[in-house]
Design a protein around this ligand. Structure first.
Ligand code: SF4
Length: 329
């Protein structure tokens, strides 16, 4: 299976100055160590890949399980990415850390100058929203600003997209089980309605590279319990096209989320048509063996799945997988 890679998410920082209850970081204490991507890893492994990879990327995003603007070299990462992929969207998703730190939007303007084409500012606190509001001169803002939570700004023929979540959040997902179970229901997620029997195509278009070079199954896997490989040990192309990644894709096409631990607790419906068709003849035990060899559950993930299955039968394959890891459900 040769899947074109057109979307990359890079995690410059693992950790954050906030602990929002809907975020996978909410499972860790607020004073947990913050990890920063080694800049050499970005330049030697990621940037070099972007330069040699000829395909146009639809999006290269700086985000994931941490606040990217805490990285001291983020502006240069963006500048270099823009040089390597001038036609791709270069996106930053921030909680507004630098706005609060500086009290103005100067960092946002520096991001734009460096080459960011889309910036999403999630204003989970009114303070952040207010700082932007007071210093938005020169930013062209769409009229729906503050209503639908979206603002548009044009800059040198590019679009800057700023989202404001200045209202209570009522639509979140389980982050593949990494958000503590008790938080799910308060955000209107009915665990009994997790989409176990729908296909997922997330692993068909996006690769996620964590601060330490690990590649998790997808951007939802906040527990990083299933790692496809590390870009310091294998090239990005190899990890993306590996047998393991393909077996996971087959299982997900076939709606077999429960064979794959993070997916078993995922509420995302990453649907959409992907022109491959479903493969019906794959070997579930083979996939289970492959997943089992790499699955590293932590006690929080197991706790979440225990809670989830309180009133439901635990799927045979998932039980077997956890048995192999020494967890008795
Ligand atoms: S089912 Fe969820 S965790 Fe699994 S690949 Fe899809 S989006 Fe990611």
């Amino acid at each position: 299976m040769n899947i074109p890679l057109t979307d990359m998410t890079i995690e410059p920082v693992h950790g954050c100055d906030k602990r929002c209850p809907f975020c996978s970081l909410s499972q860790y204490p607020a004073d947990s160590e913050v990890h920063y991507m080694d800049s050499n890893l970005f330049y030697n492994n990621i940037l070099s890949f972007l330069k040699r990879h000829q395909t146009k990327f639809s999006k290269i995003s700086f985000s994931r399980f941490g606040e990217p603007t805490m990285h001291p070299d983020l502006l240069d990462f963006i500048y270099q990415t823009r040089q390597a992929k001038p036609e791709s969207k270069v996106t930053v998703i921030t909680n507004g850390h630098q706005l609060r730190k500086r009290g103005d939007t100067s960092y946002i303007r520096e991001l734009i100058k460096a080459g960011a084409s889309h910036i999403m500012i999630d204003c989970y606190e009114y303070e952040t929203f207010e700082i932007f509001e007071n210093d938005k001169d020169g930013l062209e803002i769409e009229p729906s600003y503050g209503e639908k939570g979206t603002v548009w700004h044009t800059f040198e023929n590019k679009i800057l997209h700023v989202s404001f979540l200045n209202k209570p959040i009522n639509q979140v997902d389980t982050q593949a089980g990494s958000v503590p179970y008790k938080n799910w229901e308060s955000y209107s997620i009915d665990p009994k309605k997790l989409p176990k029997r729908v296909p997922c195509f997330q692993l068909c278009h996006q690769i996620v590279i964590l601060y330490n070079g690990n590649v998790p199954i997808c951007c939802k896997d906040g527990s990083k319990s299933l790692i496809l490989g590390n870009i310091q040990e294998r090239s990005i192309e190899e990890i993306w096209g590996s047998d393991f990644a393909n077996e996971l894709r087959y299982a997900l096409f076939n709606c077999d989320r429960e064979l794959i631990p993070p997916c078993a607790l995922c509420s995302a419906t990453c649907g959409g048509y992907y022109p491959l068709g479903f493969r019906k003849d794959y070997d579930r035990n083979h996939i289970l063996d492959m997943v089992s060899a790499r699955f590293k559950p932590d006690k929080d993930w197991v706790h979440n799945i225990r809670e989830f299955h309180k009133e439901n039968a635990i799927p045979k394959y998932l039980k077997e997988l956890l048995d192999r890891k020494g967890f008795v459900l």
